[in-house]
Design a protein around this ligand. Structure first.
Ligand SMILES: [Zn+2]
Length: 111
C-alpha cells in the first residue's frame, strides 16, 4: 500500500491514521463517448482539516469547493476535532509506545 501524505503539512498518514480524504475525478459532459479521468485522492491530517475548516476561505474555485466539504465534515461531528486534539497532545503516540516499547515504562507525569 502506498504511503499517503497530508497535502498541507506533508505529515505521513499511516494506515488507520485519522484523516480526511478528498476524492476528485473529471468527466466529460455532452460529449460522446463520455470520458472519465482516473480519480485522485488528496489527504489532509486531522489537524490540518480542522485548521483549514476554522480558517478563512482559500483562493480558487477548486480550493473553495474542497474547503466547504471539509467544513461540512468538521462542523457535523466533533470526532475530527477530537482526533486533531489527540494528535496535538501526542496521546496516540504515547498509547502506541506503551504497547511496543521494551524500555522502561513511560510515565505520564514525566516531563
Ligand atoms: Zn497536515
Amino acid at each position: 500500500m502506498e504511503n499517503l501524505y497530508c497535502l498541507r503539512c506533508n505529515r505521513e498518514l499511516e494506515a488507520g491514521h485519522k484523516s480526511v480524504a478528498v476524492y476528485m475525478f473529471a468527466q466529460t459532459v455532452g460529449i460522446r463517448p463520455r470520458q472519465k479521468s482516473s480519480a485522485q485522492r488528496i489527504c489532509f491530517c486531522s489537524q490540518c482539516s480542522v485548521s483549514l475548516a476554522m480558517g478563512p476561505p482559500p483562493e480558487g474555485a477548486l480550493n473553495i469547493a474542497a474547503w466547504q466539504m471539509i467544513r461540512d465534515l468538521v462542523s457535523a461531528d466533533p470526532a475530527l476535532n477530537q482526533a486533531a486534539w489527540e494528535t496535538l497532545r501526542g496521546v496516540e503516540e504515547l498509547l502506541a509506545a506503551t504497547g511496543t516499547d521494551d524500555g522502561p515504562a513511560r510515565g505520564y507525569f514525566e516531563f
